[in-house]
Design a protein around this ligand. Structure first.
Ligand SMILES: [Zn+2]
Ligand SMILES: [Zn+2]
Length: 357
């Protein structure tokens, strides 16, 4: 990896132009080229003092969210200041709630979203896009909490108005269609889910193109459903499409790219059932290893995603060992069936936990 090291030699901080000697350089977002590196300390200072409203939680250039504790700290401080000064809190309530949800603190997001919904209703009325978006976000928080009934009624209420006022092809409408699809999937209504997820994906492709973030998320949701249905060929081609675009636009180390690499690897592992070819297991291994390596290096050894990657790779290695040790066909089949169940349960749980909006 000589070229990689050469690369690091030339790395410069995008803020102070210093190198590795002046402190650890990190790559906090999807910016490329001379803007890709920054000192942690320089970035923190910029986020604490930057004049931009969004400097606290995302990169001003590529708009990638930093998704770290500092985002929460700065947004909490901002909300507190707005409350003390009697300023409007609607925007900060929404941004903080969305950060909390993305970072797995859905419980804390719910009361903020309820407050935001009350305020948007009062300020803009019940048919305003901001009110509808808040309803959808609250639906997401309730869904994460497991209150599927309350979440569904919020989604359906918002969707009905949006289909009427914005039309069926508006990206806001499409997001709610997708959210409701994922909710139905969580409820076990696969047919209902599939219809909505296909409608959402078709709409995103048409209005935003095949490379937009929302299109990729939508591809991911539909692929997950197809995989649960056992339609591995269709799911695999969707995952590969998303992965190709993600490697190109986000790079191979981005958490979303790593998530797709992992999903595809796990699916190929899962697909290794009697009658399928050994080639699937062989294709799964490099993907699971790449996901683990990338997560170790970008998230550390203790992150839940890294631990999940370790678990998947362990399953694969265990199965390889079992096949060597237990040549009896029946035992091999039993071992694989058990592994399939473990993975399917884990994957649905992980997918639903990750899904925010
Ligand atoms: Zn610097
Ligand atoms: Zn950036």
């Amino acid at each position: 990896m000589a070229s990689h090291e050469d690369d690091e030699e030339q790395d410069r901080c995008r803020i102070c132009f210093g190198g590795h000697d002046d402190g650890p350089l990190v790559r906090p977002c999807t910016c490329r080229g001379s803007a890709k590196c920054v000192h942690s300390a320089c970035l923190e200072k910029w986020r604490r003092t930057g004049p931009r409203e969004d400097a606290a939680y995302r990169c001003g250039e590529c708009k990638d969210d930093f998704q770290d504790p500092l985002s929460l700290e700065l947004l909490r401080e901002r909300l507190q200041a707005e409350r003390m000064n009697g300023q409007a809190t609607i925007t900060t309530l929404g941004t903080l709630a969305s950060e909390l949800q993305t970072q797995g603190h859905g419980d804390e997001a719910e009361p903020l979203l309820r407050e935001q919904l009350e305020k948007t209703r009062e300020t803009f009325g019940i048919r305003h896009p901001s009110t509808l978006l808040t309803m959808t976000n609250l639906g997401g928080a309730l869904r994460q909490k497991g209150d599927l009934v309350a979440a569904e009624s919020l989604y359906r209420e918002a969707l009905e108005v949006q289909r009427e006022t914005l039309g069926n092809r508006d990206p806001h409408t499409l997001l709610v269609i997708k959210s409701l699809g994922v909710l139905l999937l969580a409820k076990g209504d696969r047919a209902g889910a599939e219809q909505l997820l296909r409608e959402a994906l078709e709409g995103f492709r048409e209005t935003l193109g095949n490379r937009h973030r929302d299109t990729l998320n939508s591809i991911d949701s539909l692929a997950c459903l197809l995989e649960l249905k056992g339609d591995f060929a269709a799911a695999g081609s969707l995952y590969r499409e998303a992965l190709h675009v993600q490697r190109d636009t986000l790079g191979s180390r981005h958490r979303l790219t790593l998530a797709t690499i992992s999903r595809l690897g796990v699916m190929l592992l899962d697909r290794y059932t009697p009658g399928c070819q050994d080639g699937d297991l062989a294709a799964a291994e490099p993907l699971l290893r790449e996901a683990l390596k990338g997560r170790r290096e970008t998230l550390g050894n203790q992150h839940p995603d890294t631990l999940a990657s370790i678990e998947f790779l362990a399953m694969l290695l265990q199965d390889q060992k079992r096949r060597e040790e237990l040549p009896a066909r029946e035992q091999r089949i039993a071992a694989r069936e058990q592994m399939k169940d473990d993975i399917a349960a884990h994957r649905l749980a992980a997918f639903l936990a990750e899904f925010v909006l």
